[in-house]
Design a protein around this ligand. Structure first.
Ligand code: ZN
Ligand code: ZN
Length: 279
């Protein structure tokens, strides 16, 4: 049984299916896996990358996603709560489109994400120089702050995302994060004041960063500032990753002092205890 923490997984509300350009498995397969794992609160949050909306059939996927949500909700009624979710990437790159899509779809749960910066469209292809890495992170945190100030989403997804490509197994570079301390404080204070949750994304653990995004230090900082709304997500893009490392995330949250995580129905938070480990 190696080093696995045995406990139930109350929620995984960040998952992708074939309704995302980079998803591997059909929506129903993702949901079946979640239910099989005993997950009680589940959301598919397929991508909308606003600035690339026409480069793939996002429009078709977005249209299908509501019917898909209803099918999954009905299929698992009484076993698993299912939420109508979306991961909105770079909404500020095409604000009219982002706001139209939000107005036209009655999402329960919206993740706000930054997957690129103004200068660097592909974070896995940042030129190998200290200057570029710094510029990329400078731009990223500025973008995250603007995203938080815009605020039309429920949870700020995977804060520190570029570190997955700059440090860890992929990039291998040390980053002096003290440079970003003040702006990260500002981002955390902004989401707290706007009742936006902080997502603890477990994918960094399995994707070579070996820690959550953001890492424990920033989650503690959020907690110390009074933040109590965290969502948890595996960011699975395939069946085998649903729920991945979430037990470990819950233990970390408990150690920090959190008693609850949240999910969202009609964009309103619902708090779920992480203390009880029954079933
Ligand atoms: Zn993302
Ligand atoms: Zn995602």
């Amino acid at each position: 049984m190696e080093n696995k923490i045995l406990r139930t997984i109350p929620a995984d509300i960040h998952n992708h299916s074939t309704l995302s350009p980079d998803g591997f498995d059909p929506p129903m397969s993702m949901a079946e896996r979640a239910c099989g794992l005993g997950i009680k609160h589940f959301a598919l949050t397929d991508h909308i990358e606003t600035e690339k909306f026409d480069s793939w059939d996002y429009a078709g996927a977005v249209e299908k996603s509501y019917g898909t949500f209803l099918e999954i909700k009905e299929r698992f009624a009484g076993k698993m709560e299912v939420y109508y979710g979306v991961e909105l990437g770079q909404p500020l790159f095409d604000l009219p489109l982002a706001e139209r899509l939000l107005a036209e779809h009655d999402y329960d749960f919206v993740l706000g994400s930054t997957h690129r910066t103004r200068t660097y469209p592909y974070l896995n292809q940042i030129p190998d120089s200290e200057e570029d890495r710094r510029r990329c992170l400078d731009e990223y945190f500025e973008e995250e702050l603007r995203l938080a100030e815009w605020g039309k989403f429920c949870s700020l997804s995977h804060l520190t995302f570029p570190l997955r490509f700059i440090s860890g197994d992929f990039g291998g570079h040390e980053v002096d994060m003290s440079r970003y301390s003040a702006i990260i404080d500002k981002i955390l204070e902004t989401i707290i004041s706007r009742d936006i949750a902080l997502e603890v994304n477990s994918s960094g653990i399995r994707k070579g960063l070996h820690v959550t995004m953001p890492s424990v230090e920033y989650i503690k900082r959020y907690y110390d500032k009074g933040g109590r709304m965290v969502t948890v997500g595996s960011d699975a893009h395939r069946v085998s990753d649903v729920g991945a490392d979430i037990p470990q995330v819950l233990e970390m949250l408990k150690d920090i002092g959190f008693g609850e995580i949240c999910v969202f129905r009609q964009k309103q938070p619902i708090f779920i205890s992480i203390q009880e480990e029954k079933l």
